[in-house]
Design a protein around this ligand. Structure first.
Ligand code: PGA
Length: 251
């Protein structure tokens, strides 16, 4: 790792996994234990239906569990939704907010994401706030501006920046096998670092910025060695403990 921060390797299972998938958490637990102390913090964000069982499976290990989304309200008449406090109650310590699949599939705006991040912090969760440009926006040369706009309007009003994590996920790299060049990742992470420092000072310098989008065992070491890349948010390659652990081991 290029960073002096302890990296975070986070897995986002998305809408994958039933009870049988808990065996992957047990296996990951064993892999981590066998390797001695992992150099990275490890987070698994399973579907909400597995969260409580996942937290029990991971209990007493170095693996934390988190939600993939929460509602912006603390409670109320929101059929099918899950509050931040419910995630905490189920054993979560983190929650992903503003993932591009939520922004696209559910029309979530940055204002929605900010409200979710606020309620997450209020419930004692660390929000992993996702930002990232589309392919068209990158080709148009507006990636930095898009990410700066998302940053300005998705970050919580609540808190001083010590309890947030940013995930830079170029939309076109998610689940496609495509990744930006190492130089492009370095430029964007430096840009986000500057935004964090401008907004939060020292806390912004200390905040973790994860890279996400087609991270896998074969590219993890190179990506994780980029300055200001303080970990990874991993989708497809987080579903199998061996692949995910290879990414942890590359950090
Ligand atoms: P991927 O997904 O690793 O499958 O590209 C990353 C993400 O969506 O967080």
């Amino acid at each position: 790792m290029s960073t002096d921060k302890r990296p975070l390797i986070a897995g986002n299972w998305k809408m994958n996994g039933t009870g049988a998938a808990l065996a992957e958490i047990s296996r990951l637990r064993n892999l981590v234990a066998d390797s001695g102390a992992a150099r990275a913090d490890i987070l698994i964000c399973p579907p909400a239906t597995l969260l409580h069982r996942a937290s029990e499976t991971a209990s007493g290990s170095a693996i934390a569990v988190g939600g993939q989304d929460c509602h912006a309200a603390a409670s109320g008449a929101h059929t099918g939704d899950i509050s931040a406090q419910m995630l905490t109650d189920a054993g979560a310590t983190h929650v992903i907010v503003g993932h591009s699949e939520r922004r696209t599939d559910h029309g979530e705006t940055s204002a929605d994401v900010r409200a979710k991040a606020d309620v997450a912090l209020g419930a004692g969760l660390i929000p992993v706030i996702c930002v990232g440009e589309t392919e068209a926006e990158r080709e148009a040369g507006s990636a930095n501006r898009v990410v700066a706009d998302q940053f300005a309007s998705s970050l919580p009003d609540y808190g001083d920046g010590t309890e947030i994590i940013i995930a830079y996920e170029p939309v076109w790299a998610i689940g496609t096998g495509k990744t930006p060049t190492i130089a492009d990742i370095a430029d964007m992470h430096a840009h986000i670092r500057q935004l964090l420092v401008e907004r939060f000072g020292e806390a912004g310098a200390a905040a973790r910025i994860l890279y996400g989008g087609s991270v896998k065992p074969s590219n993890a070491e190179e990506i994780l060695s980029v300055p200001n890349v303080d970990g990874a948010l991993v989708g497809g390659a987080s579903l199998k403990a061996d692949d995910f652990f290879a990414i942890v081991a590359a950090s």
